[in-house]
Write a protein that binds this ligand. Structure first.
Ligand code: SF4
Length: 291
């Protein structure tokens, strides 16, 4: 990447979505939009839902996404999708940067946190600090079963025996329910994090949830993210100062050693790299709700 986070910040501050109109517009198909999706004409004022989102609108999304400036991307998303827009955050370094950028556009976009019941106290502390700093209100959503109910029904420490199933009940299903009624969601994923995330687009069609997904930090490096956090003194999870490069639930997260990849401490006893919320339907470990 040739543009630093600091450069992008300047561009984002002084160049709005209007100033990116001369960039190459990528074909709508590159967004992964179903070919069967019908066009929404400029005259149409009716929001029919994500499956009828117009090609013209998505082409605009593509042009904004090509510039890869989070501020411009989030402004576009807010202008086109709010109040049907939502941010999903685990309060990792990527999503705190997204929340910072979004707060400069609007503090009205809801921020959802999936509270599995296995969160580190440090993670919940970040949520509180972000609410205080940006005047947002984090909406906590959780699974149907409490930790105790899950242990009674499926046995203790399911995460040690079948983490795909545990993630499915405690993350995937709660997010599916929380996204009902929205047309677009924003994540903080970055391409450098996992092989699957390298396949993502800055603005893409989420086939799992049948809605638009916006990944404004997709092409940022880890260094970009941390440079931005430090420069703007953004609240972050203090576990990152103790060698936790990526933080999830406490039973499935450990610190990483020098030379290990960013997410090496997640589900390290398994070959698992994703909880499932960022995977298409056919790649999620468990495809039926047994919960
Ligand atoms: S990360 Fe671990 S504890 Fe959390 S939902 Fe997934 S398997 Fe369960």
């Amino acid at each position: 990447m040739t543009v630093s986070a600091a450069d992008r910040e300047v561009n984002a501050t002084h160049e709005g979505a209007e100033s990116v109109g001369d960039t190459t517009i990528r074909p709508t198909t590159e967004l992964g939009v179903p070919a069967s999706m019908s066009a929404r004409t400029p005259e149409s004022s009716e929001r029919d839902g994500p499956t009828t989102r117009g090609r013209e609108e998505l082409a605009t999304a593509a042009s904004v996404a090509t510039d890869k400036m989070p501020h411009a991307i989030l402004r576009w998303a807010t202008e086109h999708y709010f109040p049907k827009l939502v941010v999903v955050s685990n309060f990792g370094p990527g999503t705190v940067v997204v929340i910072h950028h979004l707060a400069e556009v609007s503090t009205a976009v809801p921020v959802i946190h999936i509270d599995t019941g296995f969160q580190f106290p440090e993670t919940l502390d970040v949520a509180w600090k972000l609410e205080e700093r940006y005047g947002i209100q984090v909406q906590r959503v959780g699974p149907k079963l409490t930790v105790e109910q899950q242990a009674a029904k499926h046995g203790p420490a399911l995460y040690d025996r079948d983490p795909d199933y545990c993630c499915y009940m405690r993350k995937v299903i709660p997010l599916e329910k929380a996204l009902v009624g929205y047309e677009a969601w924003v994540s903080g994923i970055r391409a450098s994090q996992t092989h699957q995330r390298q396949q993502a687009n800055v603005v893409e069609w989420d086939t799992r949830h049948n809605m638009l997904k916006v990944n404004p930090l997709l092409d940022w490096s880890t260094e970009d993210v941390w440079e931005f956090i430090r420069k703007h003194d953004i609240p972050y999870n203090s576990l990152h100062d103790r060698d936790y490069k990526s933080v999830g639930c406490w039973p499935c997260t450990r610190p990483v050693k020098d030379g290990e990849e960013e997410r090496a401490g997640r589900w390290s006893a398994f070959g698992k790299t994703e909880c499932g919320i960022h995977l298409p339907q056919h790649q999620v470990g468990t495809s039926t709700d047994k919960g």
